[in-house]
Design a protein around this ligand. Structure first.
Ligand SMILES: Nc1ncnc2c1ncn2[C@@H]1O[C@H](COP(=O)(O)OP(=O)(O)OP(=O)(O)O)[C@@H](O)[C@H]1O
Length: 256
């Protein structure tokens, strides 16, 4: 089966500067949940930007559903891949419902929203437990509520792939677990960065570890999140206790 997302020999760097991402090759199957972990500056957000067609690779190819992402027009790519990002470049005066409605733009044919658009927006609001906040201005919502609006907007986009940058930031424990369970339950291909290794271990089918722009592990969580790999990626001494139902990670600075 054609993978949903496939990168082959991808290099990327800012204009006139050296490469930041080096020779990335991997494929993600339909419905797979991939967590990308790594230290600050490892290249996680840069990699995500290649997946939602924000920046083109310097070398190599990024394919969606077997097609080169850069051969697609932007709205076509937006019908396949939705992104939930840290920065929220939205008008704070818009209501939550209006922001979720922006997710329908790649699907709209006529001028105004049709019945399907309205139904999708309402379903996405309900799914993210946002019905009570639907008419509030985005700027008046808490950080966690805003994050849920951004996820609802991505759901309204009806994508096949959802790309998320640290989606659990700002969320309390219950909403973190709920969001990750919901993402798993969608049956979509999910590619997300996660700083929390415990959440990555519990939630992802596969964990990719980036270190200085290179993939140093790409495997099921118990293999990718080994003490040796964590030590290399984060420059700390790591201990993984696998005696319980879920792995427990503890860390120490070297020499302490
Ligand atoms: N447009 C750019 N111009 C210059 N440097 C950039 C640019 N984009 C990214 N970088 C640099 O590339 C490196 C990787 O950045 P990136 O944001 O991808 O890391 P990250 O793994 O997401 O980090 P964090 O965990 O801190 O969010 C960093 O050193 C960053 O400063």
């Amino acid at each position: 089966m054609t993978p949903t997302v496939a990168l082959s020999g991808v290099f990327w760097g800012p204009a006139r500067q050296p490469d930041i991402l080096h020779d990335l090759s991997f494929a993600v199957a339909q419905g797979e949940v991939l967590a990308i972990c790594g230290a600050n500056g490892a290249g996680k957000s840069s990699l995500l930007r290649l997946l939602y067609r924000h920046q083109a690779p310097r070398k190599g190819t990024v394919q969606l559903m077997g097609r080169d992402l850069w051969q697609m027009k932007a709205p076509e790519a937006a019908r396949v891949v939705a992104a939930v990002l840290q920065e929220q470049p939205t008008d704070f005066a818009l209501t939550a419902r209006q922001i979720v409605g922006l997710g329908r733009l790649p699907h709209r044919k006529g001028f105004g929203p049709g019945q399907t658009d309205t139904a999708m927006v309402e379903a996405s609001l309900r799914r993210m437990d946002l019905t009570a906040f639907a008419d509030r201005a985005f700027g008046t919502l808490s950080g966690g509520e805003r994050q849920r609006v951004m996820v609802a907007r991505a759901l309204a986009q009806e994508p096949q792939v959802i790309v998320l940058d640290e989606p659990t930031n700002h969320l309390d424990i219950r909403h973190q677990l709920e969001l990750l369970a919901l993402l798993r339950g969608l049956g979509l291909t999910v590619i997300t960065t996660l700083h929390d290794l415990t959440l990555a271990a519990e939630f992802a089918d596969r964990v990719m570890i980036l270190h200085q722009g290179r993939i140093i592990a790409d495997a099921p969580p118990d293999q990718a999140l080994s003490e040796a790999i964590i030590a290399q990626a984060f420059n700390v001494a790591a201990h993984v206790d696998r005696s319980g139902p879920a792995p427990r990670f503890s860390f120490q600075l070297h020499g302490h």
